[in-house]
Design a protein. Structure first.
Length: 118
């Protein structure tokens, strides 16, 4: 009987050591949902609520090619988005370096997208 108790105790200890506790595993990616971003030149830009006047809009840079549900995936390539639908146009903002930000046209408004580091 003592032998059986020792075996059960040993198995319990081994199984406890093999479980992954909450928070003990670090993911390569931040937790979902993803922030409202558009990827341009391999950089993620956070789409803000700040609107840009039409007079400040420069030339078109491109348009959103793929939409990702922010609860399921992260944007990976240029012109991917978690907020703007496919076909949304991306524009330069006059007097703003594209590395610092650009405008995303959504619902007839131009929203500012700014560079961020996750």
């Amino acid at each position: 009987m003592k032998y059986l108790i020792n075996i059960i105790l040993l198995i319990s200890i081994l199984l406890t050591g093999c479980t992954i506790g909450k928070g003990s595993s670090k993911s390569e990616y931040p937790n979902l949902p993803a922030q409202p971003v558009v990827v341009w030149n391999s950089i993620g830009y956070l789409v803000t609520d700040e609107t840009i006047s039409k007079n400040s809009i420069g030339k078109q840079l491109g348009e959103v090619k793929r939409y990702f549900d922010p609860n399921k995936a992260f944007p990976e390539k240029d012109e991917d988005s978690t907020i703007a639908p496919v076909g949304s146009k991306l524009y330069e903002i006059n007097d703003v370096d594209v590395k610092n930000g650009f405008a995303v046209e959504m619902n007839g408004k131009f929203r500012k997208a700014t560079h961020f580091e996750p």
